[in-house]
Design a binder for this molecule. Structure first.
Ligand SMILES: [Zn+2]
Length: 113
């Protein structure tokens, strides 16, 4: 399961960060997931429950934020949201864009004691 290994690396990042901060408790983890990252938020949420067990994050709260994918049209430079990489520009109807956001998968912030 893809999401479980992601959840475990998130817990690793949090654990490392807390250690650097001389903390033994992580209160909150904020995670950003792009809508085209291939990560299923419900699955990640479920995987986090397993990953935090017996870790420094055991009692922490996590928030998963979905970042909508956005692209910039190659033809008219307008930005638009898209739900797949093969979407065409809603302004000019042409294909071809530069993806601006939507593939993120990162720990945005951590709160430790
Ligand atoms: Zn366009």
């Amino acid at each position: 399961m893809h999401e479980l290994s992601i959840a475990m690396s998130i817990v690793d990042i949090a654990t490392e960060y807390a250690a650097k901060d001389n903390s033994d408790k992580v209160n909150e983890i904020e995670i950003e997931v792009g809508s085209l990252s291939g990560v299923v938020i419900e699955a990640l949420d479920f995987a986090m429950e397993a990953a935090v067990k017996n870790s420094i994050c055991e009692n922490s709260k996590w928030i998963i934020l979905e970042i909508p994918a956005k692209a910039k049209c190659d033809h008219n430079g307008k930005e638009y949201e898209l739900d797949n990489l093969y979407a065409k520009c809603p302004h000019c109807g042409k294909y071809g864009h530069e993806l601006i956001q939507g593939k993120e998968l990162r720990v945005k912030s951590l709160m430790v004691d």
